[in-house]
Design a protein around this ligand. Structure first.
Ligand SMILES: [Zn+2]
Length: 202
């Protein structure tokens, strides 16, 4: 018998730099998001598979979890106040749920010297379209590994992720979900370099 390649054995899927994908996650399955090279953000959105009008909500999540510093033990909640995903393991402890996915508009705003890119928003819109998700239904993403310190006065800034090669986040689906996931395209979010993201479903 042929020997399977390591990537198949471990079930790891690669998201190429500055691209995105979407897939179903059954209730109880665990999604592991991995930063293979370090200092790379992955934008994550989740919809209820039964009705994609139900979607993760940063506001509901902050309400129920009583923190914006989400890590192991916290859950991500929907606009209908259902817990969708539970963070079961987190080797980084620094993620963002405040800022929207990068988009053509944010490239024009922040990076006028660079070519416009469709960003995570455009990548999510294309990947989620086949699941019946309209672009206007893309919410603030849970930005895995994104490093957005908030000053006591409320000012925020985007700094390079603290994730190292092999850093990971594990999320268990608490309901059947459709997941959108990217390798983020914005300069500041990723320390100025665009790298792949890996994920695995168990
Ligand atoms: Zn992005």
């Amino acid at each position: 018998m042929p020997v399977p390649r390591p990537a198949r054995v471990s079930g790891i899927v690669e998201i190429a730099p500055r691209t995105g994908t979407a897939f179903a996650l059954r209730e109880g399955q665990v999604l592991t998001v991995i930063d293979p090279q370090g200092s790379q953000v992955a934008d994550l959105v989740a919809y209820a598979a039964a009705d994609v009008r139900e979607v993760i909500s940063n506001g509901r999540t902050f309400d129920y979890e009583e923190t914006i510093a989400l890590t192991t033990g916290n859950r991500l909640w929907s606009n209908r106040s259902n817990a969708m995903l539970a963070i079961e393991d987190d080797s980084v402890g620094r993620h963002d749920f405040l800022l929207t996915p990068c988009s053509e508009d944010t490239f024009r705003h922040f990076y006028p010297e660079h070519p416009v890119h469709r960003g995570c928003f455009g990548n999510l819109a294309e990947a989620l379209g086949p699941y019946g998700v309209e672009p206007d239904a893309i919410p603030t993403a849970f930005n895995v590994f994104m490093n957005v310190p908030v000053d006591p006065g409320g000012a925020l800034r985007v700094e390079p992720p603290t994730s190292k090669p092999g850093s990971y986040l594990e999320l268990r689906a608490l309901m059947p979900c459709i997941i959108g996931l990217t390798a983020c395209s914005a300069y500041a979010s990723n320390g100025g370099q665009f790298k792949p993201i890996h994920y695995r479903i168990n």
